[in-house]
Design a protein around this ligand. Structure first.
Ligand SMILES: *Cc1c(COP(=O)(O)O)cnc(C)c1O
Length: 399
């Protein structure tokens, strides 16, 4: 086994060698611009892009013309939310989203608030699930857009997207979902979900970074979007800019492999994940699973090792790549907005860490991480005044 061990597949994934292989020719020999309609180099590139478009469309149960290529899910979320807000502002100015969304949704909403839109940020329960009746209650005659992620990147909780989609359809509200963590992991059907826009990204599914896409419904109803990038009129005028042909080819191959291997991969990763959780919870006290116990992505494990600060654990386990919820972008690390939204208290917030498993995770790595984490949590706790105090109280009350 080679250290360091990578257990941060929800942050990014390596490019699958099978993906790289199909991308390579498009950097050199097949370098044409798909917008060059006058010669064979352009036709070759265009045909590769259109093949990629239909591959992705099929996986999402969409039509090829409903797929727009972007530079990733951040751009897709920006295009979807800003584009719909601009297109529908005559009808209303109210947007509904959820507190546990990715920053590329929340920060777009915050910006729109500064230009006259009203945004409702719905709470979630202790498992990260949205309460559908609260969603219904938040809808007003001015509501134009509901944006709810399909599955959460930190805690893995899977929302009931079909129920949300049905409400949106009945009320003629546009429904956008950030499915960046969901595409390739659990089956997606934009028709069954009544979804109008859906964002996805290459580098979360063993494809390249800097490429992604947006599904945009073209009928029943046709969804109108104001482009956010103006220029040569690429992607049916919705996203100008020369297409990232190698990236798009890689994205489609990555999505295809993920769809083909989804069943096997998710059961394998789920058994690894369950082994980690049962080892942690059997061998340590004061550990909590963050996120939903059943409705969760198979490869996600978010755990609070209470009384062991997330950053301290991370510093003690430099040979394991995992992630803490805290945004270390400021001098004082803030607990993750996702864990905070669960309302499980500061002790669980400060000690929440995420392990995310993936295609190249081995059983040896899983065992190694289990042993290292348990040993470190034990030794850090023995030096933690809040933990020793806590256990003393427990011993006293039980006497
Ligand atoms: C990674 C991620 C994004 C951002 O995707 P990029 O392609 O890196 O811009 C957006 N939403 C979720 C849920 C993510 O996990």
């Amino acid at each position: 086994m080679k250290a360091p061990v990578y257990m941060d597949y929800q942050a990014t994934t390596p490019v699958d060698p099978r993906v790289l292989e199909v991308m390579l020719p498009f950097f050199t020999g097949k370098f044409g611009n798909p917008a060059s309609r006058q010669h064979a180099f352009g036709w070759e590139a265009e045909s590769a892009v259109e093949h990629a478009r239909s591959t992705i469309a099929k996986i999402l149960h969409a039509e090829p013309r409903e797929i727009i290529f972007t530079a990733g899910a951040t751009e897709s979320n920006n295009l979807a939310i800003k584009g719909i807000s601009e297109a529908r502002k005559q009808k209303g100015n109210h947007i509904i989203t959820v507190r546990t969304e990715h920053k590329s949704v929340l920060d777009v909403c915050k910006k729109l608030e500064r230009s006259g839109f009203e945004v409702t940020y719905l709470p979630v329960d202790q498992f990260g699930l949205l309460d559908i009746s609260q969603l219904v209650a938040a809808i007003t005659s001015r509501t134009i857009l509901i944006s709810v992620m399909a599955a959460n990147n930190e805690i893995g909780t899977i929302q009931n997207s079909s129920a949300i989609g049905q409400i949106c359809r009945e009320q003629k509200i546009t429904f956008h979902t950030d499915a960046t963590q969901t595409v390739g992991k659990i089956p997606i059907d934009v028709v069954a979900m009544n979804c109008d826009l859906l964002s996805f990204s290459g580098h979360k599914i063993y494809g390249p970074k800097g490429v992604g896409g947006l599904y945009l419904r073209s009928s029943h109803p046709k969804v109108q979007l104001v482009p956010q990038m103006d220029g040569g009129g690429h992607e049916r005028n919705l996203r100008s800019g020369t297409l990232n042909v190698p990236g798009i080819v890689g994205l489609a191959r990555a999505a295809e492999i993920a769809a083909q291997e989804m069943a096997d991969e998710s059961s394998r990763l789920k058994s690894f994940r369950d082994k980690m959780w049962s080892s942690f919870s059997n061998q340590l006290d004061e550990v909590y699973l963050n996120g939903h116990p059943e409705n969760r992505l198979p490869h996600n494990l978010n755990v609070s090792f209470c009384h062991v600060e997330d950053n301290v654990l991370m510093m003690n386990l430099k040979d394991i790549a995992f992630s803490t919820g805290s945004a270390c972008t400021t001098a004082s690390p803030e607990p993750s907005h996702v864990i905070r939204a669960l309302n499980v208290g500061p002790v669980r917030e400060q000690s929440a860490v995420r392990f995310s498993l993936g295609r190249f995770t081995t059983p040896e790595e899983v065992d190694y991480v289990i042993d290292r984490v348990i040993a470190n949590v034990r030794s850090l706790r023995s030096a933690s005044p809040s933990y020793t105090r806590k256990t003393r109280e427990i011993t006293h009350t039980s006497v």
